[in-house]
Design a protein around this ligand. Sequence first.
Ligand code: SAM
Ligand code: FES
Length: 340
Amino acid sequence: IDKLNRDKHLEKEEWVTLLSGYTDDDRAYAAGIAREISNSRFGNKIFIRGIVEFSNVCKNDCYYCGIRRSNTNVQRYRLTPDEILDCCDEGYELGFRTFVLQSGEDKSYTNDTLCDIVRRIKAAHPDCAVTLSLGELTYDEYKALREAGADRYLLRHETADKAHYEKLHPAEMSWDNRMECLKYLKELGYQTGAGIMVGSPYQTAECIAEDMLFFESFKPEMIGIGPFLPHKDTPFRDEPKGSYELTLFLLSLCRILLPDVLLPATTALGTIRPNGREEGVKAGANVIMPNLSPTAVRKKYMLYDNKICTGDESAQCRGCLEMRMKSIGYEVAVSRGDHI
Ligand code: SAM
Ligand code: FES
C-alpha cells in the first residue's frame, strides 16, 4: 500500500498479492491514506450528481443485469424529453449542478433526440454539467452529443479481462468495442468514467489486477465501483453477491492510485449495507449519486434485487444524503464538481 502510494504503480503480481491476502488492518490502513488524499483535494465536500434513469428498455442481454432484454418480468418505461427536463428542473431547485442521464441501450431515442435533450438541459441550466450513461454508441454519435454540450460519460468497462467479459455477456457483445468506446470518449474530451462490479461471477484477483492496471494507464476522470448484486430474473440469480469489504478496499486503492479521480460511493454499496455509502466516503469516495427519476418509475429500473431509494421522492433522497454525510462530518457541495 505504501509502495502504491509512493509510485502510483504496482506490478500485476503485486496487485494479485495485495488483493488475495489483505486483512482488516490493511483495509483500515489504505482507507486512512485514501481519506487523507481525498480530504486534501476536496476538503469535507461531497459532490452530488442527480441521476435520471430515463428508460429501462435495453437491446442488450448482459447476464447480470435486471433490465436485460430477455427479462420479460420488467415493466418497460420511457420518459419523454419534457419529463427528463422536469426531473432536471426539480434537481436544480434541490441544489444539483450535475445531471446524469442513464438508460438501457434504447434505440428508440434517436441521437438527434438525445442531442436535443442535452441542448435543452444546458440552455435551461448553463451552470450545470451533463453526464451521459447510455452505453455503447458510434464515434459520430458520441461526437454529436459532446458538441451538443455533454460534459462527461460513464461507461464501465466491466472487466479489463476479455475472457472474463465473455463470461458476463452473450457472444453478440464485444469487449473490444467497449474498450474502443472508452478511447473515443477520452479523445472527444469527455470526462470519462470506467469501472467494474466487485465480485461479478468468475472474477479473480488477476481480473481485478488487470482492472487496476487499466485504470493506471487509461486514467479515467471517474471510476464507478460497486458490488455485484444478483437479480432474481437473470442467469446469475444464484451467484453470490460481491464482497462489501473488498469494494471498500478497492475504493481506497483507486483513490491512492489516482488521487484526483471522482469516485462515487455507489447505490449498490448502499444496497449491500445500510451505511455503505457513508463507509465508502470514509474509504476515499467523494461523490454520491442520488436518484432524480420520477418515483413512479424507480422500481422499474431494478438492475439488481432490493435496490435502495426506489420508494422515495427526489427531495427525500437529497435530504437523506445530506443528513448521512453530516453524520460523518461531510457536507454536500452545490457545484458541478468537475475533475481538476
Ligand atoms: N446501459 C448503460 C451501460 O451499459 O453502460 C448504462 C446502464 S447499465 C445498467 C449501468 C451499470 O449497472 C453497468 O455498467 C453495470 O456495471 C451495473 N450493473 C448492472 N447490473 C448489475 C448488478 N446485477 N449488480 C451490480 N451492478 C450492476
Ligand atoms: Fe442493458 Fe447490459 S442489459 S446494457
